[in-house]
Design a protein around this ligand. Structure first.
Ligand code: ADP
Length: 159
């Protein structure tokens, strides 16, 4: 079984994430989506809510497994026998940090990182930008899957 992991915070999952996961799912037998838990960062959605949304919008690929992980990504890979990390590269600004992480990860454990160029439609898209625009009532319906849109409206609705 050829396995890869797409890691991230996915708070919440966007069309940009779905695009990368879907492309990875064609290249690998199993794609693990690892929702990395960052205890120092309070998200808009709980980790369980993020996982439920990711499962719902990736179910049709048929080979995507979603779970939370707290710790080093290379440790997650070692425990599950995953040799590759797949990451989307949006712009040159992503590159510096991603290169550092990829080099650290291969040095730590031999796990390779593969970069997939973002679909240009989503090159400006991030979870934080979606949350900011949605908070102020902007239309994000073309940027996130339908179930995420509903969850965003629900969460951000003024009391
Ligand atoms: P963000 O980087 O938006 O805060 P994450 O930490 O959840 O969100 O992102 C996890 C990974 O998903 C990123 O490292 C990147 O590889 C990929 N990704 C995020 N947004 C996009 C996008 N718009 N297009 C392609 N890949 C993306």
């Amino acid at each position: 079984m050829r396995r890869a992991v797409c890691p991230g915070s996915f708070d919440p999952i966007t069309n940009g994430h779905v695009d990368i996961i879907g492309r990875a799912s064609k290249l690998y037998d199993v794609v693990h989506v690892a929702v990395m838990i960052n205890k120092s960062k309070q998200g808009l959605f709980t980790v369980d809510e993020r996982i439920a949304l990711i499962k719902e919008v990736t179910a049709h690929y048929g080979n995507v497994e979603v779970e939370a992980f707290h710790g080093l990504l290379v440790e997650y890979c070692r425990q599950r026998d995953i040799p590759a990390i797949v990451k989307g590269l949006r712009a040159v600004s992503d590159f510096d940090y991603e290169l550092q992480m990829a080099q650290m990860n291969i040095g730590l454990s031999g796990v390779e990182t593969l970069f997939v160029p973002t679909n240009p439609t989503y090159s400006f898209l991030s979870s934080s930008l979606v949350k900011e625009v949605a908070t102020w009532g902007g239309d994000v319906s073309h940027l996130v899957p339908e179930p995420v849109l509903g969850a965003l409206y629900e969460r951000l609705r003024k009391p």
